[in-house]
Design a protein around this ligand. Structure first.
Ligand code: SAM
Length: 216
């Protein structure tokens, strides 16, 4: 994602009722049902960008709670503006690096995780920063319930091949389904919500890869 430093974005984010205050993030672990005020399942998108996918999901599924994680204030700001236009009670945001995700959710507290068009980090020495890496899968395994799912979409074939390879040694996870061309798979497309990047890259003719893995 191209980043522009938007003046004042940090201040807007820290004053927004839709964003969990940074100093409160670690106190949320194990308390998300209280935060949302109900017992609905908690689903998380790590690296949500401007939030089109998660906002649409939250609007479509009012009986599920959603938490969007984004590293950069200037990007998160767009998701906050969207909430100002159309407020949803079942959606909250965290401005943080997803590498700290296991500090912010309790063990087994999360029902599902979405990784959409995660940054590829093409250099080998940066492989651990890739969200579908073994290191991240271990963090996600701590917070997701047994039987919960992680869904990953990308148009980057090298990143997808890497993600499939990482699964071979990720003993907490089991592959449920995968495709190298999501948009031609009528079954998987039935509930598909397009992300911003998915719209952009599929319009260019790039096939979209997807896998769904299950926490054992
Ligand atoms: N998910 C959106 C989509 O599909 O349209 C955005 C995709 S964009 C390529 C990746 C986003 O993930 C960027 O906004 C980036 O800042 C964010 N991101 C990357 N690594 C992250 C991390 N470790 N923690 C939180 N956000 C991250």
């Amino acid at each position: 994602m191209r980043l522009r430093n938007i003046t004042g974005s940090r201040e807007v984010i820290s004053g927004s009722p839709y964003v969990i205050k940074e100093e409160m993030q670690r106190e949320c672990a194990g308390k998300w049902k209280d935060i949302f005020g109900n017992d609905s399942p908690i689903r998380v998108e790590a690296g949500m960008g401007k939030g089109k996918f998660i906002h649409t999901m939250a609007k479509t599924h009012p009986d599920i709670n959603y938490v969007g994680i984004e590293k950069y204030s200037s990007v998160l700001l767009r998701a906050v503006h969207k909430m100002e236009q159309e407020e949803l009670p079942n959606l909250k945001f965290l401005r943080m690096d997803a590498e700290d995700i296991a500090e912010v959710f309790g063990q087994g507290e999360v029902d599902r995780i979405y990784l959409n068009f995660s940054d590829p980090w093409p250099k080998d020495r940066h492989a651990k920063r890739r969200l579908p890496s073994g290191e991240f899968l271990a963090r996600f395994a701590r917070i997701i319930r047994s039987g919960g799912r992680l869904e990953f979409k990308t148009d980057n074939r090298a990143l997808f091949d890497f993600a499939l390879k990482e699964l071979e040694t990720a003993s907490a996870w089991e592959l449920e389904v995968s495709t190298f061309d999501l948009h031609k798979d009528t079954g998987l497309m039935r509930d598909n919500i397009m992300t911003e990047y998915e719209e952009k890259f599929s319009a260019l003719g790039n096939p979209i890869c997807k896998y769904v893995i299950i926490r054992k």
